[in-house]
Design a protein around this ligand. Structure first.
Ligand code: KIV
Length: 270
């Protein structure tokens, strides 16, 4: 029987969506106001991504983001989110050092924020950690293809999986992650044909970003799709608004009004 997807979204519901052919919508959020809007309009998954390192903090990579920072942002997002599945990105080195460390950090994030799942990057090298996290009751979303926390290993933000050997390894990793118990997998910046193959080869949902139209769902960084982040514009981003223009215009008008003594007016004063 087909589910009505208006209720609370859980990891099980996300998996059900794949079976039903219901496309999964996901966006990132780092603050209360945006999370509130996303939840209100019915986005299925809200990810507190470590992309906040780039778009919120202005860092060159996601590597400096800390567990404390992720917790701070997730607490703000949590206050807004009632329906969406709330997933938290685990920062670099918060889950790679040892399984014990991973359980401690992921567990801390879930306990302190009220988020419902974690996302961690990587394939077969991270399998024992994923198995153990799932065993202790922490739902895990995988992340394959372009994994930004490994940027210094790869040396560029180029599309991954264009070469046959890398494509095979992404496909194998997806199967291994499924077996290890992840409830879904983000596929970042890989060819559409490879994303299609991965999506057809596993029974858990794939969520694409720069991975073409054949994934079970799509995710974008919210500031990118709002046209707020101007440092660079990846080809796979569709700008649904040009907010930076609108915002700069508002700031300019405020600046002018203050300089000219036009703000505040009598009506805006006590
Ligand atoms: O950090 C992030 O926002 C992400 C998405 C790009 C999937 O990992």
């Amino acid at each position: 029987m087909r589910i009505n997807y208006t209720g609370k979204i859980t990891t099980k519901i996300v998996q059900r969506m794949k079976i039903d052919g219901e496309r999964i919508s996901a966006l990132t959020a780092y603050d209360y106001i945006i999370a509130n809007m996303l939840d209100e309009i019915g986005i299925d998954i809200i990810l507190v991504g470590d992309s906040l390192g780039n778009v919120f903090q202005g860092q060159e990579t996601t590597i400096p983001v800390t567990v404390d920072e992720i917790i701070y942002h997730t607490k703000a997002v949590r206050r807004a989110v009632k329906r969406a599945l709330l997933v938290v990105d685990m920062p670099f080195l918060s889950y790679q050092i040892s399984i014990e460390d991973a359980i401690r950090n992921c567990g801390r994030v879930l306990k302190e924020t009220g988020a419902e799942a974690v996302k961690i990057e990587g394939g077969k090298q991270i399998l024992p950690t994923i198995k153990r996290l799932v065993e202790v009751g922490i739902p895990v979303m995988g992340h394959l293809g372009l994994t930004p926390q490994s940027i210094h290993k790869f040396g560029s933000y180029e599309v991954r999986g264009k070469v046959k050997a890398e494509a095979i390894s992404i496909l194998n990793d997806a199967k291994l992650l499924e077996r290890a118990g992840v409830f879904s997998i983000v596929l970042e910046k890989i060819p559409a044909a490879l994303a299609k193959k991965v999506t057809q080869s596993i029974s858990i949902p794939t969520i694409g970003i720069g991975a073409g139209p054949y994934c079970d769902g799509q995710i974008l960084v919210v500031y990118d799709m709002l046209g707020m982040f101007e440092d660079f514009k990846p080809k796979f981003v569709r700008e649904y608004a040009q907010l930076s223009k609108i915002m700069k215009n508002a700031f300019k008008n405020y600046l002018k009004d203050v300089k000219l003594g036009n703000f505040p007016s009598k009506e805006e004063s006590f």
